[in-house]
Design a protein around this ligand. Structure first.
Ligand SMILES: C[S@@+](CC[C@H](N)C(=O)[O-])C[C@H]1O[C@@H](n2cnc3c(N)ncnc32)[C@H](O)[C@@H]1O
Length: 165
């Protein structure tokens, strides 16, 4: 699903929050490779052993040039990132996601795609992020019942234009 959304939307400046061992990072980076992307996926992970596993797995997949694994706590890392990002995949602790979204808003492109895992498996924990996305006037969103439930939200050009007018 991630790969299809990235390929279809030709996403090229992607941030992932929550790397684990790099499984989704490999799917994202492989989509970037197909698109001829040159900006590596930035992916954030606070557990040092997972950072190491992810780096090894990504290298083994031949995608080391397209993935940048940043170690540490996601929220301060997000605050320090420059952007812009045209796609953000929230897949970390969920409770800190609303603050991360707030920090990211000025760094998102006009057509940004937001994705979040675990909408159906952890409804209470992710409620804050869903409410924050729902409150954004220029985003349209839906939940796709794939895996543990994926939030798909996109800033539409039309909504962005009317917001600016
Ligand atoms: C569900 S896993 C990520 C899975 C990965 N995206 C995939 O699909 O292959 C969540 C990861 O986020 C990390 N994590 C959770 N909260 C975090 C935070 N606040 N800052 C950094 N990493 C965090 C955890 O250590 C864990 O490895």
């Amino acid at each position: 699903m991630l790969e299809l959304l990235i390929l279809n939307g030709r996403r090229q400046r992607i941030l992932e929050i929550g790397t684990s061992n790099g499984f989704s990072a490999i799917w994202i980076a492989s989509a970037l490779r197909r698109l001829g992307g040159t900006v590596p996926l930035t992916t954030l992970e606070r557990e040092a052993d997972k950072v190491e596993q992810a780096r090894q797995n990504v290298e083994r997949a031949g995608l080391g040039d397209l993935v940048r694994v940043l170690p540490g706590e996601a929220t301060p890392l997000v605050a320090s990132l420059e952007g812009p990002f045209d796609c953000v995949f929230f897949d970390a602790d969920r409770v800190s996601a609303p603050e991360q979204l707030r920090l990211l808003l000025p760094k998102l492109t006009a057509d940004a795609l937001l994705l979040a895992d675990n909408v159906l498996s952890h409804p209470a924990e992710i409620a804050g992020l869903l409410a924050a996305v729902e409150a954004l006037p220029d985003f349209r969103s839906t939940v796709v019942p794939v895996g543990k439930g994926l939030l798909v939200a996109c800033r539409t050009a039309q909504a962005a234009e009317s917001a600016g007018s």
